[in-house]
Design a protein around this ligand. Structure first.
Ligand code: C2E
Ligand code: MG
Ligand code: MG
Ligand code: MG
Length: 293
């Protein structure tokens, strides 16, 4: 649904004039242009996060996509590292945050309250100005900070613990939520997590995807859920690909689930259709159903 192909990072080539020239230019130059091109090339897709206690969507994660003029759809794993190396990642992050907050405001205007989670890469977490930029944007969109979440990875903290801690404390003072992404794959820096203003962990999809087939993965997921709860954290499972896994996670007391079984990341326009029609849609979306109008 989000255009991903298994064998290739790049989907169908929708090249027009100048495609040949464009594909010979380093991708990073194209990325620089894309960032100057407003939202025509870099756009945000949204994947629902389901509150398992309520059985309803609570929020969405923002996942960036690049509609490259010559190469077609490009996925973040292929350009986030480039953006980091080229010093473009802070701009990209703020671009995604801005679009996400704009979209959240549009949903709010329709009476739909969704939290919004934005990924922050390791480099950006070292930037002491991040909290200020985030504050300005949150205020500009009149967002409720408690409905904004920043997802960071363990490795981002390890990179420079002192700087990362300072940035996280600055973010925490804004009242936003902080989540540890891909939990279980990095150095399990449990001592840091205890001291940092973190409220959520996301169990990595590599464990969740296989848990209903692999006893080892099952043990890891259930242990991480228990660990998170014992530390007073909310636990999200990402990579939920089938109904069995969803049922198992509910049984294990996991708080939130995210994955292809419920929905792929969707462009904002498609998400509205999902909210209205899915069994996990919010009550507030029911009145948007054609039959209810
Ligand atoms: P992530 O934050 O851990 O996001 C989860 C990734 O898993 C996403 O890949 C999502 O599409 C995919 N996913 C979700 N559900 C399932 C499932 O059920 N099965 C499988 N196999 N995969 C699933 P995506 O969108 O390609 O993003 C990859 C990574 O790129 C993200 O991992 C995140 O680290 C990074 N990223 C994405 N958007 C941004 C962004 O705006 N800024 C930064 N700094 N990083 C981003
Ligand atoms: Mg994430
Ligand atoms: Mg906090
Ligand atoms: Mg992850």
């Amino acid at each position: 649904r989000d255009g991903r192909r298994t064998n290739s990072r790049f989907a169908i080539n929708i090249a027009g004039d100048g495609a040949h020239e464009a594909s010979n230019r380093p991708l990073v130059e194209d990325l620089r242009r894309a960032l100057n091109d407003g939202d025509r090339q870099l756009f945000v897709t949204f994947q629902p996060k389901i509150d398992l206690r309520k059985g309803r969507v609570d929020g969405v994660e923002a996942l960036v996509r690049w509609r490259h003029p010559a190469r077609g759809l490009v996925f973040p794993d292929a350009f986030i590292p480039l953006a980091e190396d080229a010093g473009l990642i802070d701009r990209l992050t703020l671009h995604v945050l801005n679009h996400s907050l704009a979209q959240q405001a549009a949903w709010r205007a329709e009476g739909i309250d969704l939290s919004i989670a934005v990924n922050v890469s390791a480099k950006t977490l070292q930037n002491p100005r991040l909290p200020l930029h985030a504050k300005n944007m949150i205020e500009a969109w009149s967002a409720d900070p408690s409905r904004v979440i920043f997802e960071i990875t363990e490795s981002a903290i390890i990179l420079d613990v002192e700087r990362a801690t300072a940035t996280l404390q600055g973010l925490d003072r804004l009242g936003v939520g902080i989540s540890i992404d891909d939990f279980g794959t990095g150095y399990t820096c449990l001592s840091y997590i205890r001291r940092l203003p973190v409220e959520e962990i996301k169990v990595d999809k590599s464990f969740v995807m296989g848990m209903s087939k692999s006893p080892d993965d099952w043990v890891i997921v259930s242990s991480l859920i228990e660990l998170g709860h014992n530390l007073g954290l909310s636990v999200v499972a990402e990579g939920v690909e089938d109904a069995r896994t969803l049922a198992a996670l509910t049984e294990l007391g996991c708080d939130v689930a995210q994955g292809y079984h419920m929905s792929r990341p969707l462009p904002a326009d498609d998400l509205v259709g999902w909210l209205v029609n899915s069994p996990w849609g919010p009550e507030s979306a029911l009145r948007l159903r054609p039959s209810a109008k």
